[in-house]
Structure formats: C-alpha cells, structure tokens
Design a protein around this ligand. Structure first.
Ligand code: FES
Ligand SMILES: [Fe+2]
Length: 343
C-alpha cells in the first residue's frame, strides 16, 4: 500500500465539520465518497443524513430546516434526525422505504465527529480525546483554525504531519532555519496515540515562531512533538523554553489536524489551535494557512504524479525518519484488514 492510493477504513470516527459551519443552514459535505447533509434543528442537536431525498433524489441540503426536521425543496417532504419521513404534503401512506440513512454525529469541543461505518459498531467512547492537548480547558485558549481541502489521498497529509524531518526543507525559513531534520527523535506509544519528539537547543527561531510565541528575542529551546492517532488525526505541539518572552516556564502552541477522506484521492484537513498562553499573533489564521498550504501543494504534487505515472514506477523508499509513519501505516493496514478491505 502506498499513500497516494490507500483505501480508507470506514469503521472510524471522522471530523465532519466544526460547529460554526452549521450556522448558515444545511451544509452539504462529501465524506467517504458519500454526500452528507449536516444541520442543526430546533432541539440544538446537530444531525447528519445521506444528502439525497428518497422520493426523487434532490439533495436535501437544498431544502430548509423546519423545527427539528429537514424539508426537501422539491415536494416538501420532511425528515427527522433519524431519517424518518414525518410529513408527506401530497398525502397517502408513508412507506417504510421513505426514509434517509442517518449517520451518528457527536459534538466534542467544537468539532462534529461522524460515524459512517457499520452502525452496529458505533461507539462514541472511541472518539479520540483532544482534551489532553489543551482543547476545552479553561486555563488554555483555543479556536478552530482554517479548513483546507486537499486534492490528495488522506494518508499523504497524515504521514506528512507526523514527519517533522521535512520542515527544514519544505518550510525552510518559515518555521525552521535548517536545524530540525538532523535532530534525533524519540518515539513513544500511549494507547492509540504515537508520539514523536525532537528537541532543538538554543536555536535561532524563525520570525513566524517569534510572532506566535510573542518572543522578544529570536533564541529559544524548542521541542517539536507530533502525536498521531491512526488513521486521521495528528497534533503538532511546539514547546518553547529559555526565552525572554516575559512568560514563565514553557509556552506551548498546539495544532490539531483532523483528516477526513472525501474520496480515495481527496481529503479535508480540519484544523484547531490551542495555547497555554493568550493568542498573541493577530495574523495567526493566515499564518497557519500559509504554512499548511506549503504541505498541501507538496501533497497535491505527489498525488498528481501518482495518478499519472506507471504504477511500476511508484515505489516509495523509506529511511530511518519514516519509521513512525510506517508503524502508523501498519495500524491502518490492520484496520483495513479487519474490515476486509485491504488491497
Ligand atoms: S424529491 Fe424530495 S420530496 Fe420529492
Ligand atoms: Fe509541513
């Protein structure tokens, strides 16, 4: 299995949207090769349904929210959050088949997680907990960051985030002056999470890092930690110590990225940011976006090549720095095998 063509496991929780995205009414989103409509009705609970009216097939996302139901724009039938038809304006019996597939949707922090796998296996306790990373904590500040569509297989950004050895080159000047790639790293397993850390001592940090951490000088000790949860979640934590930034102890900036397949060759990156000190950089949204777009452009270039090149010329050759990503890839292969969908 290579990243550009990897199938995705279905029996997983994926980030479907952030809560603010539902404020404008029903939202259509393609997830796992399926059109989904997300909406929040009068009860306040966010819902997800297959975005296709069972009557004549208009996308339900073109309709409107009525109370706790979604009304189709074509003939006005209304469906509740469980997908049942609760109003048939043209009259007559409501057949059992006049229903829409519902998908379990659970809000945790400001993200909505969807389960599109086997309904029998739905277990909200299996949603990865991002609380320990600083999200939803009163003594931290946090916010939803940019949403980035990526024209590449989900495994490319997942492994990209886990691999800090690229930042000395792909992000040279933006978040690294060249010291990170050659640093030794440690790998630890914590339950379903894998942590990869690199410590860089007495480093001259980039202007973007200075702005993020409100540093008065450009010298610091920096720890970069990637926390990966296969197949779709990766956090990047930066800890800064030894600066004259006016703070005490360690200042931490935590980026969390939820990766959700749209199809085999496309995915979405949902981002979130938390800090154990007040947000200081007024341009942080644009800065995070431009940083991640360097990755997105690289992932899309890799994908474009995979899509065209002879598969016999598509092999990957891994090096020591890829060991954490390869361990995560094996976990994903196990997930696929458990679903009977490994190729
Ligand atoms: S197509 Fe939706 S009510 Fe007819
Ligand atoms: Fe990157």
């Amino acid at each position: 299995m290579i990243a550009g063509t990897a199938p995705y496991p279905r029996n997983q929780w994926y980030v479907a949207a952030s809560v603010g995205e539902l404020e404008g009414g029903p939202l259509q989103r393609w997830l796992l090769d399926t059109p989904v409509v997300l909406y929040r009705g009068a009860s306040g609970e966010a819902r997800a349904l297959l975005d296709r009216c069972p009557h004549r097939g208009l996308p339900l996302s073109q309709g409107r929210i009525v109370g706790d139901t979604l009304q189709c724009r074509y003939h006005g039938m209304r469906f509740d959050g469980a997908g049942r038809c609760v109003d048939l304006p043209s009259g007559g019996p409501v057949s059992d088949r006049l229903c829409v597939t519902p998908y379990p949707l659970v809000q945790r922090w400001q993200w909505l997680w969807i389960w599109m796998g086997d309904p029998e296996l739905t277990d909200p306790a299996a949603i990865p907990d991002i609380g320990p990373f600083g999200f939803g904590r009163e003594d931290w500040c946090d916010e939803v960051g940019p949403l980035l569509p990526v024209a590449a297989n989900y495994l490319l950004p997942f492994e990209n985030l886990l691999d800090a050895s690229h930042i000395s080159f792909l992000h040279h000047g933006l978040i690294d002056s060249g010291d990170v790639a050659a640093q030794p790293f440690t790998t630890e397993l914590h339950g379903d999470w894998m942590r990869v850390s690199r410590f860089i001592e007495n480093e001259t940090v980039s202007p973007l890092t200075q702005a993020t951490f409100a540093m008065a000088s450009g010298t610091a000790n920096r720890t970069i930690t990637a926390d990966a949860h296969a197949p779709n979640l990766c956090g990047i934590r930066v800890d800064i110590t030894g600066t004259d930034n006016g703070g005490e102890g360690t200042r931490t900036n935590q980026l969390m990225v939820g990766i959700t397949p749209v199809s085999r060759g496309c995915c979405m990156q949902f981002t979130a940011i938390a800090q154990n000190f007040p947000f200081a950089n007024p341009n942080r949204e644009a800065d995070v976006r431009s940083l991640l777009m360097e990755d997105v452009e690289a992932m899309e270039s890799i994908q474009a090549l995979i899509d065209k090149i002879d598969p016999a010329q598509c092999q990957e050759v891994s090096v020591n720095a890829d060991a954490p990503a390869m361990r995560m890839r094996r976990r994903i292969i196990d997930m696929l095998a458990a679903e009977g969908s490994v190729e």
